[in-house]
Design a protein around this ligand. Structure first.
Ligand code: SF4
Length: 421
């Protein structure tokens, strides 16, 4: 009989949210979460397959642990890896499960994350153990920060990305469910609402847009902040810019994924915007609020990226005052359109461009952090001596405060990586 479970999460914030769904489901059936997988009867691996490395990590984890230790355990693989084989190959999940089990005898089940609500039935967990039947999808163990999925999948088909194949077509979750979970979170003392979606700002329902959804969330009573990831420049409307820069409940930070500053590369990536569009978004944001913090994602070494293309990326980062970039070196993913392109940028060049880009954003960030010293900034306390600023920096504090409160804190020290107050 399964009594305890352990969840291992790979990949992005969407997977963290999926892990929350699994966690809530299992605790509703009286299973207890443990911190060490060795003490768990059930291990759930919430996988990612956006990069090959992530798939290798799953295989590597099991091999490193040694097959013997899994002898009496139930090991479930779910997440992108399970879905990808469902959609982008001719294999059904059942067929892939057989192959996977032959390769890794310690894996007992492969479950499509979209059908995760069937997990108790698949694992033959007794229905009598159901203690709660509440449709809540955020992590109730994290009192102050809540992740709320607004959709699953993506229809954009960026040429380098396998998410549309791994997670399938975009399905927006009903507004009613999203609002229900957020109200529950806020009424229990929740302070930071983070909306999640592969392309979060494309959410819509019966003619209502993402901005309409945000306005309704903003109306929920209580002292809390709102942010969202990941944003696509093509869906970043003027209305959205005005709302998040001028209304108090929205933290003054947004990650807007540019990927490249070269129009040629953006077209090859099928990103559906130009560098000028991205530049204009950043300009408008800064016009409304010069302190607003913008971060981005960049792919280095996309096929045919020349030194000139890369210089355009550096210029765009500089002109938009981007203070942090999640940089990924291009690696062809089987099933994506770019897999058929020739990966003609050698690894040394990719590494060298990555280094130059990181140096640039680090310099911009350090200057920005320095400019915050001696300023008073609202901070949400996530612990007694740590928190998140109104601009979404992590901050450490000298004095102790009550966790879960929002305090005005004077910034005393800075480094390239963080702030102290
Ligand atoms: S917007 Fe593009 S990069 Fe993002 S998930 Fe969709 S296809 Fe992938």
């Amino acid at each position: 009989m399964l009594k305890t479970f352990y969840i291992k999460t790979y990949g992005c914030a969407m997977n963290v949210a999926d892990s929350n769904t699994v966690r809530n489901l299992l605790t509703q059936y009286s299973l207890q979460e443990v911190d060490d997988w060795k003490n768990a009867d059930l291990i759930v691996l919430v996988t990612c397959s956006v990069r090959q490395q992530a798939e290798d990590k799953v295989a590597g984890w099991g091999i490193k642990a040694g097959e013997e230790v899994f002898k009496d355990k139930t090991v479930v693989v779910t997440g992108c890896m399970a879905q990808r084989y469902d959609r982008s190959t001719n294999m059904t999940v059942d067929e892939y499960e057989k192959i996977l089990k032959r390769r890794f005898s310690w894996i007992t089940h492969l479950v499509n994350i979209k059908k995760i609500e069937q997990l108790p039935k698949i694992l033959k967990i007794d229905n009598n153990d159901l203690i709660e039947n509440k449709n809540i999808n955020y992590d109730r163990n994290n009192k102050y920060q809540g992740l709320f999925s607004t959709s699953n999948g993506c229809d954009n088909f960026c040429s380098y990305c396998i998410v549309p194949y791994a997670r399938g077509k975009l399905v927006n979750f009903p507004k009613e469910n999203i609002l229900h979970d957020i109200k529950d979170f806020v009424s229990n003392g929740g302070k930071l609402v983070t909306l999640l979606g592969q392309n979060v700002n494309s959410w819509e329902e019966n003619g209502e847009s993402f901005v309409d959804l945000l306005k309704e969330i903003e109306q929920i009573k209580g002292e809390f902040w709102i942010n969202f990831i990941s944003s696509h420049p093509k869906d970043f409307s003027d209305e959205l810019i005005e709302l998040i820069t001028t209304h108090d409940k929205f933290i003054k930070h947004c990650n807007i994924a540019v990927q490249s500053g070269s129009n040629k590369i953006l077209e090859l990536m099928n990103r559906q915007y130009t560098k000028d569009r991205f530049l204009n978004i950043c300009k408008k944001i800064k016009e409304f609020n010069p302190d607003f913090r913008i971060t981005t994602d960049v792919i280095i070494g996309f096929p045919t990226e020349t030194e000139g293309d890369f210089s355009e990326t550096l210029d765009l980062i500089k002109n938009c005052d981007i203070e942090m970039a999640y940089v990924g070196k291009f690696s062809p993913r089987k099933g994506s359109a770019a897999y058929k392109m020739i990966d003609n940028i050698d690894l040394d060049t990719k590494k060298e461009r990555e280094r130059r880009l990181k140096n640039l954003v680090n310099k911009i960030r350090e200057t920005k952090h320095k400019g915050l010293v001696n300023r008073n900034i609202p901070v949400l306390l996530t612990g007694r001596q740590k928190g998140i600023t109104y601009y979404n920096h992590e901050i450490l504090l000298e004095k102790e405060y009550e966790a879960g409160t929002i305090q005005n804190i004077k910034i005393k020290k800075y480094s390239r990586s963080g702030l102290a107050g």
